[in-house]
Structures are given as structure tokens and as C-alpha cells.
Ligand binder design. Structure first.
Ligand SMILES: Nc1ncnc2c1ncn2[C@@H]1O[C@H](COP(=O)(O)OP(=O)(O)OP(=O)(O)O)[C@@H](O)[C@H]1O
Ligand SMILES: [Mg+2]
Length: 340
């Protein structure tokens, strides 16, 4: 039995896009040899990166909505493709997705009561009307919704914020082991956002882990135990949230943290980063890029950065830190070159 709930082992995803003619199929390496794990104990891991860095592709692969081009994705030590072939239903129950806007996921003719009572019967084995009603009340109250106000309504009769919390209530009822949340609060205003995130954070107490996907480092800082920084499909740094955010090591992570507009935390990085900086990774095609994906934007780039890809290592002189960084500045053997 694996110690990990979810594990990515050297996973890549290459998309093919039709070009102007059949001979010109373009390929995009959306995810490039990514490895990470979420442990069995409940934990929130944030996957953070700019637009196009591969976050949604990773979430979709966890759910089996995309297939990896190479590498392995394991859930409880077993390949996700195998789960989906042999135990599709269990996998679908154990791993749940939270969407940006759940509106499209509900049948508009079913009242919220029906959605929740179906979940109570199917996932929690409730049989009597009383047991079902107790579970519904408990789930709605867990996300700050009042059963008396909500029950009897249709999804379109809920506000955006209520709908998002209603979706959380359904997840609370189902009790999956893993929640994959892809930018779930980007359509909510600041106060609803904070409320939603607080509830999701509390789900850890009910043994639910979460892979939380966002471009917003403020949100990641608020919600996650650990952070993985993704750039152009590559992990450039990862570790305990506090360590990475308070003392970022990778020049790319530093750029992201410096780009957070302090007066208005809801503003997005992608609007702040200099759109004119076209870098090698944005021009990247199917071949894995040689060298660090950040080297042509990096003020500290050394000769080898354009030629070799740095592996994720524990940075030297920082023993005991729960963190890894993919940058030659922190590789032992680069010390002499850096000093030249
Ligand atoms: N189905 C697809 N076909 C072709 N290319 C795709 C497909 N899905 C994603 N891509 C490409 O893969 C790369 C990663 O996309 P992805 O949606 O994973 O990024 P993201 O980090 O979620 O971005 P955002 O923050 O904008 O949601 C992008 O270059 C994107 O254009
Ligand atoms: Mg996305």
C-alpha cells in the first residue's frame, strides 16, 4: 500500500493542435516531467502558476479527463487509468472536483433538496427520511447555509455565492478523500471568497485533502499547507507554504511574489506580469526545452542555465527546510561557476 493518496511520477502532457495544413500539426508540452505527491493524511496542496502554466491540465489528468502522454499518475498506489477502467464509480466518489461555476453541473429541474438527498442515500447510506434530513442539515450548516432558507429552491434561484457553497455542502456530504479545486473562487467577491476558503480549509478536519489550483498566491498562502510553483509545465519550487512565501528562492517565485499588488490582493498576477516579455518557454514546442525555462528572463542566469535543465534539489546550506528548488543557484556543483 502506498503512503500517498495521489502521486505524479514524471508526468508529461503534450497536446497536438491542427495547424494550417495536415502537415503542420503543432504540439504544446503543457506539463513537463512533473512529479509530486499528496500524502494520506489530510493536507491542502496549492498548485500555483501563471496562465498557461499547466494547472488545469494537471487537474484534468487527476480526474481522468485527460490522459498523460508519459509518466504515471497513481491514486492510492494504483494508476488512475486502472481505477477508471475497473473501479470507475469508487474513483468518481473518492475524488471530487470543484468547478469555477457549478451552475452547469446541476440539473435545472432538480431542487437542491433532491441533489442533497440523492447524495445522502448514495454516498452516506442514509435510508430513513429523518436520517437524510439530518445529513442535509449538517452539510448545509457546515458551509454556513441555512437549511430553511435554501431547501425548496432550484439552482438558478441561488446567488453565485450560495451556489458555490451549495456545491461545498454536497462535497461535505459525499466526503471524498481528495478534492480537486480549479480556481473555484475567481468569480466571487472578496467577502464570499474568504467565507468559501474558510469552509474548504475546515474540510481537512473531516479527513478531506485538496489539490487547490490557482494563479493567486494570496489565496494559496491563505489556504495551503504546501505550495508547488509551476512555470510552463515545470515545477520550479515547492515546500511548506510559509517557507516558500516568506523566503522564496527561485528567481521565478521571487518575481511572482514581487508582482503581488499589496494594496489590492484580489488583483491578478497575470495582469501584472510584463506581457511583452516573450520567453523561450512561451515559444516552446513538443521537444522538452533544454535549459531552465526561466533562464532568458533571469537576472542571475549562468552559462549552464541555458544548456541544462536544473533538477529539483534541497537547497544547500538550508538543511531541515521542507523545500525543494529547481535552480542551479542552489546546486552544490554550481557554486564555483556562480563565484567566477
Ligand atoms: N485541449 C488542449 N489542446 C491544445 N492545447 C491545450 C489544451 N488544453 C490546454 N492546452 C495548452 O496547454 C497549456 C497549459 O494550459 P492549462 O489550461 O493547463 O493552463 P492553466 O495553468 O490552467 O492556465 P489558466 O490560469 O489560464 O487557467 C497552454 O499552453 C494551453 O494552451
Ligand atoms: Mg486553468
Amino acid at each position: 500500500m502506498s503512503d500517498h493518496l495521489l502521486e505524479f511520477r514524471n508526468v508529461s502532457k503534450v497536446f497536438r493542435r491542427a495547424g494550417s495544413s495536415m502537415l503542420h500539426t503543432k504540439t504544446v508540452r503543457a506539463v513537463d516531467r512533473v512529479s509530486f505527491a499528496i500524502p494520506e493524511r489530510p493536507e491542502i496542496v496549492a498548485l500555483v502558476g501563471e496562465s498557461g502554466s499547466g494547472k488545469t491540465t494537471i487537474s484534468r489528468m487527476v480526474l481522468g479527463l485527460e490522459t498523460e502522454t508519459s509518466g504515471e499518475i497513481l491514486y492510492k498506489g494504483r494508476r488512475v487509468s486502472d481505477w477508471l477502467k475497473k473501479d470507475r464509480l469508487s474513483y468518481r466518489n473518492e475524488v471530487q472536483m470543484i468547478f469555477q461555476d457549478p451552475y452547469g453541473t446541476y440539473n435545472p429541474f432538480y431542487r437542491v433538496d433532491r441533489v442533497l438527498s440523492t447524495a445522502a442515500r448514495k454516498f452516506r447510506g442514509a435510508k430513513s427520511t429523518k436520517a437524510i434530513r439530518e445529513l442535509i442539515d449538517e452539510s448545509l450548516e457546515a458551509v454556513g447555509l441555512r437549511p430553511r432558507e435554501l431547501l425548496g429552491r432550484y439552482p438558478h434561484q441561488l446567488s453565485g455565492g450560495e451556489r458555490q457553497r451549495f456545491m461545498l455542502a454536497r462535497i461535505y456530504m459525499i466526503r471524498p478523500n481528495l478534492i480537486v479545486a480549479d480556481e473555484p473562487v475567481s468569480m466571487l467577491d472578496a467577502s464570499l471568497r474568504a467565507m468559501f476558503l474558510n469552509h474548504l480549509k475546515n474540510f481537512k478536519e473531516a479527513d478531506m485533502s485538496c489539490l487547490y489550483v490557482t494563479h493567486d498566491l494570496n489565496i494559496a498562502y491563505f489556504i495551503a499547507d504546501r505550495i508547488i510553483i509551476l512555470s510552463s509545465g515545470n515545477i520550479v519550487e515547492r515546500g511548506d507554504t510559509e517557507t516558500v512565501v516568506q523566503d522564496p528562492l527561485h528567481p521565478y517565485t521571487r518575481e511572482l511574489i514581487n508582482s503581488i499588488p499589496t494594496p489590492d490582493p484580489s488583483e491578478r498576477w497575470k495582469e501584472r506580469l510584463d506581457a511583452n516579455k516573450i520567453s523561450r518557454h512561451q515559444l516552446r514546442e513538443a521537444e522538452a526545452v533544454r535549459g531552465c525555462i526561466y533562464s532568458d528572463r533571469c537576472a542571475q542566469a549562468m552559462r549552464r542555465c541555458a544548456e541544462e535543465t536544473p533538477a529539483l534539489v534541497e537547497p544547500r546550506n538550508r538543511n531541515g527546510e521542507a523545500r525543494e528548488v529547481a535552480c542551479f543557484l542552489y546546486h552544490e556543483e554550481s557554486l564555483s561557476e556562480a563565484l567566477c
